[in-house]
Design a protein. Structure first.
Length: 136
């Protein structure tokens, strides 16, 4: 029974945090992006993000944000949300679910506490941006 259930593995889809100029704030800002590096579109995308952890011995938790996107074409990216630097001291988790080829995919992407900073910025292999790729 359980052995008959296929759980497809998420490959070629990434969540990264990118630092780029924000015209509204007239300064650099941090954004979470979803990158579809596969050769097929992904559909019915749901992303739930939250941050939690401990700061100075006190447990902290952010609000939970939910984002839905109908479609992301192959080789494309979409901006998920603007990130507040106050949550970088916490573990940031993005729970991603989507359909591709009639199958449901599900994966958690994690940015450990204090991993989002200028020192960890790198040129992303799959985009013309500097960012930090989440741990899968």
């Amino acid at each position: 029974m359980k052995k008959d259930i296929e759980i497809p593995q998420v490959t070629a889809v990434e969540i990264a945090v990118v630092k780029e100029y924000n015209e509204d704030f007239l300064q650099d800002a941090w954004y979470a992006y979803l990158f579809n590096n596969s050769t097929a579109p992904i559909e019915a995308i749901l992303i739930v993000s939250k941050a939690e952890g401990e700061v100075n011995g006190e447990k902290k938790t952010s609000s939970i944000f939910r984002h839905a996107f109908p479609l992301l074409a192959a080789g494309e990216a979409i901006k998920i949300e603007l990130l507040d630097e106050a949550i970088f001291a916490l573990d940031n988790t993005f729970m991603l679910s989507y359909f591709q080829g009639g199958k449901l995919y599900d994966k958690n992407f994690v940015f450990p506490a204090n991993s989002i900073n200028d020192a960890t910025l790198n040129k992303l292999d799959y985009a013309d941006k500097n960012g930090i790729t989440a741990i899968k």
